[in-house]
Ligand binder design. Sequence first.
Ligand SMILES: *Cc1c(COP(=O)(O)O)cnc(C)c1O
Length: 369
Amino acid sequence: MTTSFNPAELALPGIRELQPYQAGKPIEELERELGIKDIVKLASNENPLGVSPAVQAALTTAISGLARYPDANGFYLKDALATKFTVDINQITLGNGSNDVLELLARTFVQPQHEVIFSQHAFVVYPLVTKAIGATPVQVKAKDYGHDLDAMAAAITDKTRMIFIANPNNPTGTFLQKQEIEAFLQKVPAHVLVVLDEAYYEYVPEHERAPSMQWIDRFPNLVVCRTFSKAYGLAGLRAGFAVSHAAVADLMNRIRQPFNMNQLALTAALAALTDEHFLAESIDVNQAGMTQLIDFCDQHGLNYIPSHGNFLTIEVGPNAADIYQKLLLAGVIVRPVGGYELPNHLRVSIGLADENDAFCKAMESILSE
Ligand SMILES: *Cc1c(COP(=O)(O)O)cnc(C)c1O
């Protein structure tokens, strides 16, 4: 009898409450809807330079090997990461994007009776993975759009099992100095894991970067997450990783799907690590584009949240949703952030000069209506 089959009643309570992740609108979708070409997508913090030539060459060679399963341990990539970051290979967990690693962390360590702390306006995947396992999300009010580490430390209880910190944060671009994070880590008790999500690390000026992976010896409850999706330009392949205490990595690797990073992702990530020139160029293009968008905001009296990432979150006012729609009609896709309790802002990823220009021109004409 299937007369009253109600899957929602059968699902885990935490999952019933979830809203599906809202991704940036794909270019192809807007093309289909409007029948227009030359669409500019500044909505998902992707690398506007595309895929590095070194990666493209490596991928071409790898295609002929795709009948075989990938190396379940990702040895060559882990070995290269261990060398580059001066950590032990046993400290690394590979992910199908760093979102995969964030979820693995929650599934390995957090149980339904636990609390997970994160900041208001922080990356949506933190509440998502928390609710999916039925644990209690504890959102701490932001300070100047960024993490309030004192308030986050004060929110720790006996039930807290994990704290997520995005640095720089998405979608605000806010940044915590290394001294602040180090002082915070000193306050966190040993029953709490601190997950430091550094997806935008490469865009941070070198002198401001935290030696986060080197802190793990002193703070074995610290986990550092990085990704190949942003500065390395591999968002479409899904490649990310965590560096942690070896015992933490060992536990995560027990529930990790053995082939969670596919062969093309492994190959591309390894090649991307060798292409320092592409990385440097990506950072330069980002800096130039950031200046371009900030100048535009300054000229038009628009407030923005100062950003350490590859995007700028701009306060466009209470009709942000309207402006988002009008930008779509003009062929420019940006990201509404109402779901992040920022209903008056739009997040604009930094593109190439002419893409940023397309945004500025479209925005200018909308503002002068
Ligand atoms: C983009 C982003 C990630 C990375 O996601 P992937 O799954 O590696 O593509 C992780 N954390 C934050 C805060 C991000 O903005």
